[in-house]
Design a protein around this ligand. Sequence first.
Ligand SMILES: *[C@@H]1O[C@H](CO)[C@@H](O)[C@H](O)[C@H]1NC(C)=O
Ligand SMILES: *[C@@H]1O[C@H](CO)[C@@H](O)[C@H](O)[C@H]1NC(C)=O
Length: 180
Amino acid sequence: MQFTIAFIASAAALTASALPQTTPIATGDAFGVITIRSGSPVQNSAIQAAHNGLLVNAKSQNASCDAASNFATFYINEEKEMHLLESKTSYRTQTVYVDQSGMGQGLIGYLTGAQPLPRNGQKQGWEIVDGELKFLGTGLQACPGSIDGGWSLWLQGLDKPGFLDNCTSMYQYGFSSEHY
Ligand SMILES: *[C@@H]1O[C@H](CO)[C@@H](O)[C@H](O)[C@H]1NC(C)=O
Ligand SMILES: *[C@@H]1O[C@H](CO)[C@@H](O)[C@H](O)[C@H]1NC(C)=O
């Protein structure tokens, strides 16, 4: 993954006051997402998809990819739905949704194929705003203790989403990616 390594190397010197200027990502373009939170374990981590959720820092996402990548590739369509690009030969659709209800607490998950949206789930509202991935204007946070050393991703809003401790908010930047 030369591309990822080059991107991370160039992002390594960044601080919150000098955020990355990435290539604009248009509707339908494939992109990966990198998280930026200086001085935290989620600085320069690529977002992964596994076990119906999004995470960073897992040793492997174990996804069935053509390329041996350890980050997920997405695109956002005109309905502002965000889909995972699983592999060039797979036609399975995976759609990322959020649940901001009292039960969901900002949960981010994804549905495969015709799986129904959970009762309080929302899937339309993903946008890249000034390079940053948001859902209806809300950014993401990461919480430690997930599978394989990973940090699970949630929408911002609660200090302890899913009753998890030590969550940290961060920036999350899209970067153009053809690797999936
Ligand atoms: C990936 O697979 C290994 C071996 O089966 C497992 O230990 C690990 O938890 C998996 N990681 C994820 C993120 O599913
Ligand atoms: C949260 O931070 C506290 C204090 O540093 C630590 O004792 C605890 O193990 C951490 N919990 C998790 C899930 O990382």
